[in-house]
Design a protein around this ligand. Structure first.
Ligand code: 2RA
Length: 336
């Protein structure tokens, strides 16, 4: 069987990665329709040896599709995902619009694929930082319940889109030429700098990005009372996020056991060489499917604590790959 697939947000970094992954993974595409907001439509993009037009999204353009992979921002998803579902498509949405809604599965295929069975047309792809975290900590949680998570993120420019990556490159050039770094996407210069994630803060001083990690991790892992705190930071890296993670268990968790588990977990690659001080780096995680994990060590401040470090491609596993894997799973289980 083949499927009529729509990419909504086809001109963005994640949309481009989805198109590439559909080809790379030989997804059974019968028809590919490229859609974007009216301001982004008009160009043509290549797929399977053809040049396909990027059309402005509309109700009629969303007819006769089986799967829509959406990554065009929350407002576009809120407006058009229900229209696509009403017309018979299953929508896998990368925006935050529906992630916490009851009845909308929020899924990392390596963690909670069974949640897909009860979808009602819309499936939410989690935030990139949450996907990378859950892929790594869930296998450890299955071995011994996690009591608390403390995570600090080092987030690449790509999380703010393709234009943000261009901004980092431009600012770097400007600074090397002794020019002032100009800002359009980010509120502050990112080149040779870093800043706490600039999503809006609530009255407890947590920004939206940090709240996403807390709320989404709880929903994905089915742990509504999970104690998790996060500090999200934007760093001058192009397309891979890194995260420093501290886990607290109720019993000591042997490092060797954690390394053995993670070395055999789906979607995870152990990169751990203490002698040579060789650990996961964004330059090595970029372009890879796997989340790289290393620096796994006993927390010296707590007998039941474990520290680890991870890097994962924000555009790929953090967004596009996770969404395509969800679509593959739906097909495999005939849950479309
Ligand atoms: C960011 N995770 O990195 C958010 C959105 N992709 O800004």
């Amino acid at each position: 069987a083949t499927y009529r697939v729509g990419i909504l947000g086809a001109t963005g970094a994640v949309g481009a990665e989805i198109r590439q992954l559909l080809a790379e993974r030989q997804f059974p595409v019968g028809e590919l329709r490229l859609l974007a907001s009216p301001r982004s439509a008009g160009q043509t993009l290549a797929f399977a040896g053809e040049s396909l037009p990027v059309r402005p999204v509309s109700a009629s353009e969303l007819q006769n599709l089986d799967i829509v992979l959406a990554s065009a921002g929350g407002s576009v998803s809120r407006e058009w995902a229900p229209v696509a579902v009403q017309q018979g498509a299953v929508v896998i949405d990368n925006s935050s619009a529906f992630r916490l809604e009851p009845g909308v599965p929020l899924v990392v295929p390596e963690v909670n694929p069974q949640a897909l069975q009860n979808h009602r047309g819309i499936i939410a792809n989690p935030n990139c930082t949450t996907i990378l975290l859950c892929v790594v900590i869930y296998p450890l949680h299955q071995a011994q319940s996690i009591q608390r998570v403390v995570v600090a993120t080092y987030q690449s420019a790509s999380g703010a889109g393709a234009r943000a990556m261009q901004e980092l490159l431009r600012q770097t050039q400007q600074i090397l030429e002794n020019q002032p770094a100009t800002t359009e996407i980010f509120p502050y210069p990112l080149a040779f700098n870093l800043f706490p994630h600039n999503s809006p803060c609530n009255d407890q001083g947590y920004c939206q990005e940090e709240l996403k990690m807390i709320q989404e991790s709880r929903k994905i892992m089915g742990l509504p009372a999970l104690r998790l705190t996060a500090t999200c930071v934007r760093v001058p890296v192009l397309r891979a996020h890194s995260e420093a993670v501290n886990l607290e268990f109720s019993q000591p968790f042997p490092v060797a056991k954690a390394q053995e588990i993670l070395g055999n977990s789906p979607g995870v690659e152990l990169v751990e060489n203490w002698q040579n001080n060789y650990f996961p780096m964004p330059i090595h995680a970029s372009g890879k499917d796997a989340v790289l994990v290393g620096r796994i060590r006993q927390d010296l401040s707590h007998p039941c604590g474990l520290d680890l470090w991870l890097c994962g491609d924000q555009i790929r596993k953090g967004a596009a790959l996770n969404a395509v894997q969800i679509a593959e799973y739906l097909i495999q289980k005939n849950w479309l």
